[in-house]
Design a protein around this ligand. Structure first.
Ligand SMILES: Cc1cc2nc3c(=O)[nH]c(=O)nc-3n(C[C@H](O)[C@H](O)[C@H](O)COP(=O)(O)O)c2cc1C
Length: 181
């Protein structure tokens, strides 16, 4: 094989790696939607998630947002990458979910939590998905919010299930009930 063929293969692999990293970095970046309850609006909630690589965090966040609507809340359900989520005025509740990567919440979630202003009129719940039970990304998230004077009622770690089962939906509903309690 000629030297040019080898250089071509190496360049091709480098370009492929850049494309894959770009796609992962931008996946779910624009996802943001407003979910409304059927009846009267009791209050407003913001549910922010990092879409992660395998989608479990997004599914859990979606279940929580849907459950909030059945409890009368108008919900903004947004990927942390959709931007403009730092203004919490008008929201009664904040829920933030992150996958655990490298023993921590993801960098976009950590930056987002750090970007929030001090608040004492909003109640939060945080959750992390994790392959094991040795790391506490949710406790890290809770700590950042509490440093902003935000009350964190619930901080939960879930296993890395696909979050597709009705049992998972019920776990998410319990989470929401504890945040609202
Ligand atoms: C690159 C990578 C790093 C991970 N690092 C950890 C880790 O340090 N600790 C852990 O408990 N789980 C770790 N996991 C497992 C994920 O937290 C777990 O699969 C989670 O469900 C991913 O969330 P998602 O479905 O929203 O992507 C890692 C997974 C990946 C892909």
């Amino acid at each position: 094989m000629s030297i040019w063929a080898i250089i071509g293969i190496i360049l091709g692999v480098i370009i492929l790696i850049f494309v894959v990293v770009w796609i992962i970095g931008h996946s779910g970046s624009s996802d943001s939607e407003i979910l409304k309850p059927d009846g009267a609006i009791t209050g407003k909630a913001l549910v922010v998630y990092d879409p992660g690589l395998s989608g479990g965090t997004k599914t859990a966040a979606t279940y929580m947002a849907e459950d909030l609507t059945t409890k009368g809340y108008e919900v903004k359900l947004a990927s942390v990458k959709s931007g403009n989520l730092s203004d919490l005025s008008g929201y009664n509740f904040l829920i933030v979910g992150s996958p655990t990567y490298g023993a921590k919440p993801t960098e976009p979630i950590t930056s987002y939590l750090n970007s929030l202003e001090n608040q004492n009129n909003i109640t939060a719940g945080v959750f992390a998905l994790s392959a094991g039970d040795k790391q506490d990304a949710e406790i890290v998230m809770k700590g950042i919010l509490e440093n902003k004077s935000i009350t964190v009622k619930v901080a939960v770690k879930y296993g890395n299930s696909a979050f597709g089962l009705s049992a998972d939906r019920s776990k998410c509903s319990n989470f929401v009930s504890q945040v609202l309690a």
